[in-house]
Design a protein around this ligand. Structure first.
Ligand SMILES: [Mn+2]
Length: 334
């Protein structure tokens, strides 16, 4: 069974001696990022640290929107003189925090993450690529620093894990440790049933209509191994970006026979496009690598990047890139 690596004593000492901390996470935060940031904030507060939560946003996902008021969009300049410790969670590279990279430049940086595509950066790091969420890495800090977990903390940690595993769907065999940790969280009062409803429910009717529209437009390519969906500027006149049904769209299209990769191209304004890529359970295609080449990041099965250019040129070149990746990976269905 997998065991989490011990947190280096250098990191423990740094946290114990810190008085002010800035906890940052990636742009376009998801549940794992936000709940890891909050769980880290609560841990540091319990150790007597003054904590500032910062995230560049946008808080587009419905399940995290309610937390937006807790986060400042910029680092308070008055903190610079106080030698704050910056804790960066759920980021594989420094540019994942957007413009905040410049604002934390020169400060002591501790990174806590679980992405395989990243490299070690910052002064101190606790990176566990085998962890299913950053929130479970944060849970290790509670254990190492012997800070008591409450129901509230446990709920944040479970929610982060639930988001990054598609509510446990992405967990394979021999990973009993994750279920042991979940068991601890459930014993603290966390209700998986309640978390599932908070994660999957609360959809607006508009988002479901948006989903229908995008599904009708999906294009099967490369003998059905790739599914491409393009969101047009007109869509955002009818629907707002926070109604994007991304997760359901991926789930529906990955459920189609033979589909290995889904590419969702979202309109971001002018000539900017956000790419979302997912690969199917049985595909060996690594979408994290594709996105890393495009300046983005992510995991083997789920990744994203932001690109600029004319869609009529971008789309064929993206299809070409994915085609070469699929040609290198054996077709899992034939
Ligand atoms: Mn994560």
């Amino acid at each position: 069974m997998f065991t989490y690596p011990e947190i280096p004593s250098k990191i423990i000492d740094e946290i114990r001696s810190c008085t002010v901390a800035i906890v940052v996470g990636h742009v376009g935060p998801d549940g794992d990022c936000i709940h890891s940031q909050i769980a880290m904030q609560k841990l540091l507060q319990r150790l007597g640290v003054e904590v500032h939560l910062v995230n560049a946003g946008p808080f587009a996902r419905k399940e995290i929107k309610q937390y937006e008021p807790l986060f400042a969009p910029h680092v308070d300049r008055q903190l610079y003189d106080r030698n704050p410790l910056v804790v960066m969670v759920d980021c594989s590279t420094l540019d994942r925090i957007g413009y905040l990279g410049d604002e934390i430049d020169g400060l002591t940086l501790l990174t806590i993450d679980h992405h395989a595509s990243g490299s070690k950066f910052g002064d101190l790091s606790y990176i566990v690529p085998k962890s299913f969420s950053t929130s479970l890495c944060v849970m290790q800090f509670y254990k190492a620093l012997e800070v008591e977990m409450t129901y509230e903390i446990a709920d944040h940690i479970f929610f982060g894990l639930a988001t990054d595993t598609g509510f446990l769907k992405f967990i394979g065999p021999y990973r009993g440790e994750t279920f042991h940790l979940m068991g601890e969280l459930v014993e603290l009062g966390v209700s998986p049933n309640d978390i599932f409803n908070r994660m999957e429910g609360g959809n607006s009717f508009e988002s479901q209509q948006f989903l229908g529209k995008l599904l009708l437009r999906a294009e099967p390519l490369l003998e059905g191994r790739l599914m491409v969906v393009v969101e047009a500027p007109e869509d955002l006149k009818e629907f707002s970006a926070d109604q994007r049904p991304s997760d359901s769209l991926y789930a529906h299209l990955l459920g189609v026979d033979d589909v290995e990769v889904v590419l969702y191209i979202k309109f971001m304004g002018e000539d900017r496009w956000e790419l979302g890529l997912r690969s199917s359970h049985s595909s060996s295609a690594d979408v994290g690598k594709i996105c890393a080449q495009l300046g983005g990041g992510g995991h083997r099965k789920a990744a994203g990047a932001t690109v600029t250019g004319n869609l009529s040129e971008l789309k064929p070149s993206l299809i070409e890139t994915i085609k070469s990746v699929l040609e290198q990976s054996p077709n899992s269905y034939k």
